[in-house]
Design a protein around this ligand. Sequence first.
Ligand SMILES: Cc1cc2nc3c(=O)[nH]c(=O)nc-3n(C[C@H](O)[C@H](O)[C@H](O)COP(=O)(O)O)c2cc1C
Length: 194
Amino acid sequence: MNEIIRCMLERRSIRKYKPEQIPDEELNAVLEAGLYAPSAGGRQSPLIVVCQNAETNAALGKINKAAFRGRMSTGNVYVSKDQPSIADDAGIASGFYGAPTVITLFAPGNFLYSEADCCMAAQNIMLAAHSLRIGSCMIARARDTFSSELGRQLMEEWGIGKETEAKFHVVLGYADGVRPSPKPRKEGRIKRVL
Ligand SMILES: Cc1cc2nc3c(=O)[nH]c(=O)nc-3n(C[C@H](O)[C@H](O)[C@H](O)COP(=O)(O)O)c2cc1C
């Protein structure tokens, strides 16, 4: 099968990580893939911020988890049995699942397509990571995470302007355990019309 399509079909969200860090060379290749994602008007709006500081990631991950307002899973409505999310298991300490690399995608707060641009970059990053056998997971609540006191302080420290908003995170690392199988695809999601 075509390599890109294979990666698209195979990639799964990974939430159990080994502590081992990913090599810089591979991280750089993954980040470059993010830079080449489509962007509205070709503006290349996303700023890709990478943090590999375990303490910072643990603190931000805790804030990220605390911002979760979704419903907890029930017996037959769940996110993943093999790679449980914070909706599946309230005991998980961090919204970043202890991944050794945490990417935050920032983009202008006042641009209509900021989120779409960040999602495009996120998908490129996750597929490139998968092609290198690196696990990943897209994480929401980035705005909440960086609206916290620590988040605002880090933005200042990292030189990220206030006109910029955190839109999404993508966490990266090596999967601890086997890659889960996908849920069956819902029927009727493709309609071919005349
Ligand atoms: C916009 C978006 C936000 C997401 N946010 C989270 C999140 O906050 N936490 C999490 O564990 N997974 C998150 N995910 C991952 C989804 O849960 C995951 O893609 C979905 O369950 C399907 O599983 P798969 O990626 O293994 O195919 C998010 C995915 C998307 C597209």
